[in-house]
Write a protein that binds this ligand. Sequence first.
Ligand code: HEM
Length: 410
Amino acid sequence: MFDANFIADPYPTYQQMLADGRIHWLDFGGGAWFIPHYADVMTLLRNPHLVTALSGAFSRHLPEADRHELDDFEDTVKLWISGMNGDEHLRLRRLLNKAFTPRIIEAIRPQVQQLTDELIDTFDAQGEVELMRQFAHQLPALVIAQLLDVPPEDRDRFVHWSDAIGEFFGSPQITIPQARGASQALVAMREYFRPIVAERRRQPGEDLISLMIAVEEQGEMVTEDQLLAQCSLFLFGGHETTRNLIGNGMKALLDNPDQLALLRQNPQLIQGAVEEIVRYDIPIQFIPRLVDADLEVAGQQIKQGQIMQIVLAAANRDGAEFPDPDRFDITRSYKRSATFGFGPHICLGLPLAMMELEIAISTLVQRLPNLRLAGAAERLPSVALRAFHVLPLAFDPVQSPADETQTTAA
Ligand code: HEM
């Protein structure tokens, strides 16, 4: 497991894991229990003895002399909501839920559509596009910039920071340069947001940062450092994952031309298509939990302090829940996949991610005729995160509305 074949296609390994039992000890990141079955995944994600433990979880994989490389990283990450637990988590989550309601997200639907159309307008009229660089990288960065109301011109910096953190999180064996890169990115993000937060305090707007400040001023507490930390989490969490799911989803459609044709002919199937994309080949393959008490899971004694990896990607291919699980089928009947996690830490950005995916996938499919692969797709050499680095596509040249008018007039 975790070699080049696994990175190319982890699903045979997950099928074997599903067939071989409910719990497996693997030598990943110092050793961890891997949980592949859907029912166990959904149950364990609600178990209060399985806690998220971002603080200190990474530095112990570095030699003692190098651990200081992650000091800045730890300082911010320990304030991310995803690393909190129990009452502390619940309090902050309640506040963030208020700043992140479906109504707030729905309000930016027209802008997300406009950003999507503008990006597609920049594609080469001759019908070639490198989807990751020219689209998938850009859209989520622009959308999160819009939500936070920061300049869209800064998106290249967001992408750079987000990539440095993604490379670090996805690495099976953390290196010093990766640790340094992730630390520097988080410090840069925090310092980027500091003056913006100060400005929003003076002059609040309608954006997510102003909403978080407003919640704070209604008597509930979000400290300045917590607020800055959540800004970096939104930038990273909102960009990396959505980008990778746009790439993985488009590749799944291209690998299944009957499903692509079905969607193109029946745009109303987009909801089912997005649900299937969200199940089929997902950006966060597994998420870690620290076990904070001795437990028994699937007949196995688990010791306090051990790590469990909850394999969301395997749960989504569990044949007991999803019949014929390795088939990509946009007409499959709906069942919640494990992709966004479950329980107290379920993805805060879920409605935003679903809206972005719906708009991105449907607009690409409807606007680009005869969409096909135009060269070798390259995956990032990451294990826990699954993503394309390069995804070259071709499509038949499209006439712009102006061309069509001229043709008709002639
Ligand atoms: C397709 C895109 C996305 C996927 C697959 C995804 C996946 C996930 C998963 C699996 C978790 C749970 C992690 C855990 O339990 O340890 C999570 C949490 C989270 N996600 Fe997402 N996410 C996506 C998009 C977004 C977006 C657009 C945002 C928004 C800005 C976002 C913000 C967050 C936050 C803040 C948390 C932490 C919630 C908490 O701990 O209470 N995510 N996400």
